[in-house]
Write a protein that binds this ligand. Structure first.
Ligand code: FAD
Length: 300
């Protein structure tokens, strides 16, 4: 079986999808139905985020292992260095491996409680994601991915420094990167150009989150640290009181971004599911991202 990095290199018009551990049974049930529905469309991988709290951490291992066991999709487990010693992180990596999860997205994470507070590593833990990349590889992870920031990570003094650290993570053994969400496709393309200019050929996957409600808009605002184009407000602001129209416009905007990325030669789009499948299915269908029938898993 090919590795995730190999698949990312050879993929043509495909998608991956992101889930987060569910906190209640109803969400868990909806989430699992979404995994099953999306499996039929053949995502390259399904990633599972890693939360700050203990329950979320167990939830990540549990959900990623279940996807490996019964999901019919390759899981990618996110893992952060927040609040855990190196030994504890090794423990999580071993649990993931025992659960059949071979691929990891190695992240530093942000301080528990306040993501904008100054970063404090665990006293026996790791300072940066490159160290977690090495740890994951030492523990036998097959493909390791890292985070990339089209606008630069907020703690980076400038884009050159940010790029150097991204290259450091790739040199440490990561084989691909997933880019932080941005509202503007151009931001992503500029990062891709910066990597190409230094000869880096590692796959860089853009994230796409349909802004389908004012709540989702708040989440993306936090992630993009206020870098919000004026057209976004122009298109969504008038629809704040009409949930249906807001949702439609949000999916339309994401589809427009997706089309632009594909036209620029991007081959894999990482779609945020928010633990439901309907918006992802629409985007996959509108953008033609389903796997060819021969590459889809058998029904089960
Ligand atoms: P790092 O790569 O360590 O970078 C942090 C800062 O340190 C940057 O400014 C960087 O330039 C600098 N730096 C990096 N390496 C070095 C070095 N060797 N020496 C000096 N400076 C260095 N968070 C979660 O809690 N759970 C998740 O599931 C999650 N998933 C994410 C998925 C994606 C695709 C992205 C883009 C982010 C995700 N995050 C998640 C958020 C992420 O944890 C934060 O953005 C965090 O602030 C940075 O993580 P990092 O892995 O990029 O850290």
């Amino acid at each position: 079986m090919s590795t995730l990095v190999e698949d990312l290199r050879t993929a043509r018009r495909r998608f991956s999808v992101e889930f987060s551990p569910a906190h209640d049974e109803e969400t868990a049930a909806r989430q699992w139905r979404s995994v099953q529905r999306l499996r039929e469309l053949g995502p390259l991988f399904a990633s599972v985020t890693y939360g700050a709290g203990g329950g979320d951490r167990e939830g990540t291992v549990e959900l990623a292992s279940r996807i490996a066991r019964e999901g019919g999709v390759r899981p990618l487990a996110h893992l952060t260095a927040v609040g855990q010693s190196t030994q504890q992180l090794r423990g999580v990596l071993r649990e993931l491996a025992a659960g059949g999860v071979r691929d990891v997205l190695a992240l530093r994470g942000d301080p528990d409680g306040d993501p904008d507070a100054p970063w404090e590593p665990h006293p026996q833990g790791l300072q940066h994601a490159d160290q977690l990349v090495r740890l994951a590889r030492e523990e036998g992870a097959e493909s390791v991915g890292v985070a990339a920031f089209p606008l630069g990570h907020p703690e980076s003094p400038d884009l050159d420094t940010d790029l150097r650290h991204l290259l450091g993570k790739l040199a440490a053994g990561a084989g691909f990167a997933i880019a932080q969400l941005t509202y503007d496709v151009e931001d992503f393309l500029r990062l891709r150009d910066r990597l190409a200019a230094v000869g880096c050929e590692a796959p860089l996957v853009p994230g796409l989150l349909p802004v389908t409600s004012p709540k989702v808009l708040e989440v993306t605002r936090r992630l993009t640290h206020g870098h919000e184009p004026s057209w976004l407000n122009r298109r969504l602001q008038p629809l704040l009181d009409d949930r249906g129209a807001f949702r439609e416009e949000g999916v339309r905007l994401a589809a427009e971004d997706g089309r632009r990325l594909l036209a620029e030669g991007v081959q894999v789009l990482h779609l945020y599911s928010l633990n439901a499948s309907s918006n992802v299915v629409r985007l996959v269908e509108e953008l033609g991202l389903a796997a060819p029938a021969a590459q889809r898993p058998a029904a089960g």
